[in-house]
Design a binder for this molecule. Structure first.
Ligand code: HEM
Length: 176
């Protein structure tokens, strides 16, 4: 099997494992965990949020260096490995755990009520869209399709940070 082929199989497996893990977590949380465990689920949510955001802030920074390294360099090959491991090992699973634990809190504790929660959900959907964009971009980098400038990635780097500020203020201050 070619290197590209084995990488595709590994990709399928890692996504499947993350999705299956998310499904198991959802069944356990929604099926067996009582409301009294709220603070435990919130702790899990915050831990997953930290991991997701760490990856979402680091990946575009890697894209800046990857773009500047240029196609075919030894550094570019190293960045490909770093980006792949970051995406599959941290960013994808952390996003799934953030969503599952966050939806449990939103449903069990707040019954999906509250302007702050609806606004937060909107921003989290946007953040998930940025996640999708970074994931697709990572695959393009892996195929040596470098079409954007390093300045583009520097600007993209700020988007998750801005969304994170809005999300945290909404959930902590609950202004409406
Ligand atoms: C993925 C969808 C998400 C849902 C459905 C969700 C929902 C919730 C809910 C209902 C709470 C409990 C709020 C409270 O009891 O005061 C919470 C807590 C929290 N969420 Fe999320 N959240 C999500 C994603 C995020 C993201 C992306 C971030 C940060 C970037 C975040 C940051 C936090 C923080 C910091 C808390 C703790 C707030 C506190 O206890 O004062 N959440 N989330």
């Amino acid at each position: 099997m070619s290197v590209q082929g084995s990488s595709e199989v590994a990709k399928d497996r890692s996504l499947l494992v993350s999705l299956a893990g998310g499904l198991v977590l959802a069944v356990v949380l929604f099926g067996f965990v009582p409301l009294e465990a709220e603070l435990w689920v919130k702790s899990l949510h915050i831990l997953a949020v930290i991991s997701w955001m760490a990856g979402m802030l680091y990946l575009p920074r890697l894209f800046v260096y990857h773009t500047e390294a240029g196609v075919g360099s030894a550094q570019a090959e190293t960045f490909k490995v770093m980006e792949r491991r970051l995406m599959r090992g941290i960013i994808n699973p952390a996003m799934i755990v953030t969503w599952v634990a966050g939806l449990w809190l939103a449903y069990e504790v707040y019954a999906f009520r509250g302007g702050w929660l609806h606004a937060k959900l909107l921003f989290v959907v946007l953040l998930s869209g940025v996640h999708g964009y970074l994931s697709a971009s990572r695959k393009r980098f892996e195929r040596d399709e470098i079409t954007k400038t390093s300045r583009h990635w520097r600007i993209v780097n700020e988007v998750p940070a801005l969304l994170m500020v809005a999300i945290v203020i909404l959930v902590v201050v609950k202004p409406f």
